[in-house]
Design a protein around this ligand. Structure first.
Ligand code: 13P
Length: 269
């Protein structure tokens, strides 16, 4: 089924949200462990100005480090930019030193939480089982879960992309999710921060695989927002965002300047 975007492009395979005639792309910035109070205010405030001046190009989210959350929420107040956590604990509260609950993210005013990013899977040994529990906590808190999956270079080189990503999908998605509450981000590990990306055909193929698998395992394929992440920049965003089945982008490095992040938002078809 095809829908026409606000800019007149035909987007196929995407269900509009209720009452809408198209599904906007979601452009989410993952700041990772970057920024300061001063830079975060300037970046979030600058983006908010851009989005308010030219609304409707895409749904926009930014995921700052926890200590910068209040400053970012203040800076984007009154704009349609959503703010998200980069991770959360699966419990609502308790003795978990250093962790943040999804409930607290919701309380502070967040709309999203990323779970299962490959850097957390690698640096903190997070398993898909834990990612699923986190995603379920995100849903319980009333937030949208951005669940990340993706293969390493060695896994791709040995032809295991679908096996690995399929296993991550089966193991990491929350029970009871809907296309309104769950977003999947396909982030090939070897493309993160490297300047390398899969070919457009490869992105399309993995996205089609993920959508089919999410449908099969969770009845969650139709209308699901599926983001691509890994070295998305203003220079390649237009072609990546035009790939069938790509409903937005999860952006790391290029979300750290207003100019680059806005360039990606402006590239939405
Ligand atoms: P880069 O855009 O820096 O490659 O990072 C992608 C990513 O990991 C976003 O979560």
């Amino acid at each position: 089924m095809a829908y026409v975007s606000k800019r007149g492009a035909t987007i196929s395979g995407i269900e509009p949200r209720t009452g809408e005639t198209h599904m906007a792309k979601l452009i989410a910035g993952n700041w990772k462990m970057n920024g300061s109070v001063e830079s975060s205010r300037a970046l979030a405030g600058g983006l908010a100005e851009k989005v308010k001046a030219t609304p409707g190009l895409a749904d926009v989210a930014i995921c700052p480090p926890g200590p910068l959350m209040r400053d970012v929420l203040t800076a984007v107040a009154g704009s349609p930019i959503g703010v998200g956590g980069q991770d959360c604990h699966w419990n609502e509260a308790g003795a978990h030193t250093g962790d943040t609950s999804a409930a607290l993210l919701a309380d502070i005013g967040c709309a999203y939480a990323i779970v299962g990013h490959s850097e957390r899977r690698a640096d903190h040994g997070e398993t898909s089982e834990q990612v699923k529990a986190k995603a379920e906590a995100v849903l319980s808190a009333g937030l949208v879960a951005i669940v990340c999956v993706g293969e390493t270079e060695a896994e791709r080189d040995t032809g295991q992309t679908e096996t690995v990503v399929g296993r991550q999908i089966d193991g990491s998605l929350p029970d009871g999710g809907t296309p309104k509450t769950v977003v999947i981000a396909y982030e090939p590990v070897w493309a993160i921060g490297t300047g390398r990306t899969p070919s457009l055909e490869e992105i399309a193929a993995v996205h089609a695989f993920i959508r089919a698998r999410a449908q099969e395992s969770y009845d969650l394929g139709e209308g699901l927002r599926l983001l691509y992440g890994g070295s998305v920049k203003p220079g390649n965003a237009a072609e990546i965002l035009a790939v069938e089945g790509v409903d937005g982008a999860l952006v790391g490095g290029a979300s750290l300047t207003v100019e680059d992040f806005w360039g990606i938002i402006e590239s939405c078809p």
